[in-house]
Structures are given as C-alpha cells and as structure tokens.
Design a protein around this ligand. Structure first.
Ligand SMILES: *[C@@H]1O[C@H](CO)[C@@H](O)[C@H](O)[C@H]1NC(C)=O
Ligand SMILES: *[C@@H]1O[C@H](CO)[C@@H](O)[C@H](O)[C@H]1NC(C)=O
Ligand SMILES: *[C@@H]1O[C@H](CO)[C@@H](O)[C@H](O)[C@H]1NC(C)=O
Ligand SMILES: *[C@@H]1O[C@H](CO)[C@@H](O)[C@H](O)[C@H]1NC(C)=O
Length: 345
C-alpha cells in the first residue's frame, strides 16, 4: 500500500458481544472457551493486513467452528471490543509490538479488528528496516511492529554474528511509544539451520552455545534492567505477551500418539490444560516479578494452550504443518480483547 492510499473496505458487520463491566479482582486469564454465534469479530477475507502464513481461510481451511469461540473469564465479562473507542482513546498515540512472528500475529489481528470497526478509514503505511507502521489517519493512531527476535542485540564481529545477552541497543525507538507490547521466546530454541547467530556473549565471555533457558532468562533480565532504568512509565504503558504455546505432542491434550494440530477442530474443554504450563512461562514470571516498573503480563499461555484447533496446520501460504502460529481471524483476536480490557481499565 502506498502512503495515503485509501483502503476500501466493504461494509463489515462487526457484531461484538460481551458486557462492559468494571469488576475488579477478577483474573480475566482464568476462564474457558464458549461457542458464540456472533463470532468471529470480522471477516478475514476483508482484512487487507493478513500475511499468507496466517490467512487460513484463503488457503483452504475447510472448518469454521474455530472462529466461533469467545474467551469467557470465569468471574467477570470482558469489555466489548470497540475499535472506534480504541482509536479515540489513542488519538495521536503510537502502539508498538516488539518481538517475533507471534508479535506479528497479534499486530495483524489488531489491525484487522480496527479496520473492521472503521472500514473506510484512510490507513497510511510507513516502514523502514526497523519497523512497520499503519496509521489510521482520522485519529492519528499508529499501530506498529518492530520485528526483534531476542530483544537483546546480535552484532556482526570478526568471528561471526554474536548474540549479546547483556546488550540492548534498540530501546531508543521503543521509548518513544505510548504503548509497548513485548514478546520473545520462539527463537531461543532455534538451532542450525536458521539460527541467526554464531556465538553467545555474556559479559566478556563468548561461548559457542549454552543452556537456552538460561540464555533466555539472562536476556530477559537485560530487558528488565532497561525497563527500570530507561522507560518513563508515566508516558509509556508496558505489556509483555505471555509464552505462546505450540501443539506438536498430543500427550499434552490427552490424545496419545497425535503429533501435530493438523486434525484439531475443537478447543480443549474447560479451564485447565493437561500438559501444564511450559517451563519458559515460569522463567518469564520470575523475571517480571523482579521489575519495579509496572509491566502487565497478557497471560495468554493457558488460554492459548486450550486452542489446539486455532493454528494454521497446513492451511497457510507455507503449506507446511504449522502448529506454532495462529490463524487470523482467530485466537489472536482474544489476545487483543484482553489487551483492550487491560488498556481501558
Ligand atoms: C496465567 O494463567 C494461568 C491460568 O489461569 C495460571 O495458571 C498462571 O499462573 C498464570 N500466570 C501468571 C504469571 O499469572
Ligand atoms: C467474507 O467476505 C467475502 C469477500 O467479501 C465474502 O465473499 C464472504 O461471503 C464473506 N464471508 C462471510 C462469512 O460473511
Ligand atoms: C526508522 O524510522 C525511525 C523513526 O523515524 C527511526 O528512528 C529509525 O532510525 C529508522 N531506522 C532505520 C534503519 O532507518
Ligand atoms: C488426520 O486423521 C486422518 C484420519 O484419521 C489421518 O489419516 C491423517 O493422517 C491425520 N492427519 C494428521 C495431520 O494427523
């Protein structure tokens, strides 16, 4: 899309349901998935922001039931997502997702939700090497993505690419934002081929490899120090997306022998996931507990674990079995409803 190009949307019937409540003391992340005929919140065929990896219907996903689930907290209701209200509240503000392809998942979903609310809004695209941004012109609200797999730096040196667990140099751009939603995890377990670094550096020590969970924790602590020393939380509201789960082991959802999400068309019933929380979520929690500045954890882990049906499987532009990312429309819309609930409360 070129700057100033008007995104022409047909009229979308965005029927949002749910009750606006001001209840306190309710953990919105404890709940269950319920069928709701008013869902999905938008028609993915009419959203111009979905990359081929997440556009499941376009790539032939035959079932539709996965689109019809609404997240219902056990002790309260989520506020109805109101895209126009969102843009009004964040008039002239900048909202940025910082992280890996899971951040892209939530970013594109939010763009679709806002676009569905204002299909005739002029959307201006800007991008450079470090970020991508869409600005809803009428409100001046920018919804941005900074693709950054590790949050800490990777630098080219004589010996090769070095992942520096103590170094975070990208923060100056992030600090200018009004809302930041961070995420990192997926790439910490990545090995060759496709691992984008050759060495890890901690302090003055360089190693070829190390315990990946320890490396993840160390980098998170570097990020946490940055949050406490550099971010003005009167200006910037901070979020961290919880660990996004994968579905490659049916044992986790009591289907022994199942090796991927490819045949899943229903969520796990109820509020608990047989497989329990992934180890990385405990590491993340430990680091977040040590931060002084307020960082809200969008605790997506369990509610997403329940959604073994919400991945692309083979229905994406990649044509490979993908049980890591999520279809849009779909689960990431619920993450954004939870983000919205936290932002307006
Ligand atoms: C996230 O939510 C799950 C499910 O409700 C809960 O078990 C877990 O303790 C929560 N994590 C945090 C850090 O609050
Ligand atoms: C979604 O939009 C497409 C393109 O406008 C349309 O063909 C299709 O019928 C719509 N689907 C639903 C469920 O409304
Ligand atoms: C991208 O644009 C931002 C904001 O204008 C700027 O701070 C950043 O340095 C730019 N990055 C590159 C690589 O040009
Ligand atoms: C789905 O189930 C069918 C029939 O049981 C089976 O043939 C197929 O291999 C399964 N697909 C996957 C991806 O597990």
């Amino acid at each position: 899309m070129s700057p100033g190009r008007k995104i022409l949307g047909l009229f979308l019937v965005g029927i949002f349901i749910g009750t606006v409540t001001g209840q306190t003391g309710c953990d919105p992340y404890i709940g269950k998935w319920v069928l709701d005929s008013a869902y999905p919140l938008y028609n993915s065929s009419e959203c111009p922001f979905i990359r081929k990896e997440y556009d499941c219907i376009k790539y032939g996903r035959p079932d539709r039931r996965y689109l019809q689930f609404r997240w219902q907290p056990l002790h309260c209701d989520l506020p109805r997502f109101d895209g126009e209200e969102f843009l009004k509240r964040f008039r002239e503000k900048k909202i940025m997702f910082v992280g890996d392809s899971i951040s892209i998942n939530q970013w594109e979903s939010l763009l679709c939700m806002l676009h569905a609310a204002l299909p005739d809004s002029t959307v201006i695209q800007q991008s450079n090497e470090t970020f991508r941004s869409y600005t809803f012109k009428e409100y001046g609200t920018s919804v941005m993505l900074c693709l950054n797999h590790y949050l800490v730096d990777i630098e080219e040196e004589d010996i090769g690419r070095v992942l520096k667990l103590d170094s975070l140099k990208s923060g100056d751009l992030w600090k200018e934002m009004d809302v930041l939603i961070f995420n990192t995890w997926l790439w910490w377990n990545r090995r060759q081929p496709g691992q984008p670094w050759d060495y890890i550096q901690i302090g003055n020590q360089r190693v070829k490899d190390m315990d990946r969970m320890k490396a993840f924790e160390h980098a998170l602590r570097t990020w946490a120090k940055w949050v406490d020393s550099e971010v003005d939380t009167h200006k910037t509201t901070l979020f961290f997306q919880g660990i996004s789960p994968t579905h490659y082991n049916g044992k986790d959802w009591n289907e022994q022998g199942v090796k991927n999400c490819g045949n899943e068309t229903s969520p796990v019933a109820g509020s608990t996931y047989p497989g329990g929380l992934p180890a990385a979520s405990f590491t993340l929690q430990k680091v977040l507990n040590g931060i002084s500045n307020p960082v809200h954890l969008i605790n997506i882990t369990t509610l997403s674990q329940l959604r073994k049906d919400a991945h692309p499987g083979t229905y994406s532009g990649l044509r490979e079995m993908d049980c890591i990312h999520w279809c849009i429309a779909g689960l990431p819309d619920a993450w954004n409803q939870l983000l919205y609930a936290a932002l307006i409360s």
